[in-house]
Design a protein around this ligand. Structure first.
Ligand SMILES: [Zn+2]
Length: 137
């Protein structure tokens, strides 16, 4: 027997999408988006914008980032995952249009040459345009 789950959003009767869970609760496609976006925007508003954000902000930024990539709504010049930003991002700073952060990356760690070096990159995330760009490397 298949489970016929309904969206966790108040009074929503829609069926849930595959893998659209937040804190274990299933959501339909529309409400999944709404919860992710709203949670991120709330965390962004609560953050003072200059001190390193805590786990709450990191979690929602990471989920929102992954969400945009999954939906192909975020233009990204190179592979970057939300989990990496959550765990390794630092020097976060609010900007007029979104935020910036630094991250240490290992650009060629995967190559056959096994050249291992670290590169500090600075990224900008534009909330309105939904773009991420490399500012400095
Ligand atoms: Zn719903």
């Amino acid at each position: 027997m298949t489970e016929n789950l309904r969206c966790s959003w108040h009074e929503c009767k829609n069926e849930v999408g595959p893998n659209l869970r937040i804190d274990g609760d299933p959501y339909c496609r529309d409400h999944y988006r709404q919860v992710i976006e709203r949670s991120f925007v709330d965390a962004y508003d609560e953050w003072d914008g200059s001190s390193e954000p805590g786990q709450h902000f990191r979690y929602w930024f990471s989920r929102y980032f992954e969400f945009l990539i999954e939906r192909k709504e975020l233009a990204l010049p190179t592979l970057m995952t939300g989990a990496r930003i959550r765990d390794r991002g630092y020097e976060f700073k609010k900007t007029e249009r979104g935020l910036e952060f630094s991250i240490i990356r290992h650009p060629f760690a995967w190559s056959a040459k096994k050249v291992s070096y670290e590169e500090k990159q600075r990224w900008g995330f534009d909330l309105e345009a939904k773009t991420a760009r490399l500012i400095l490397s």
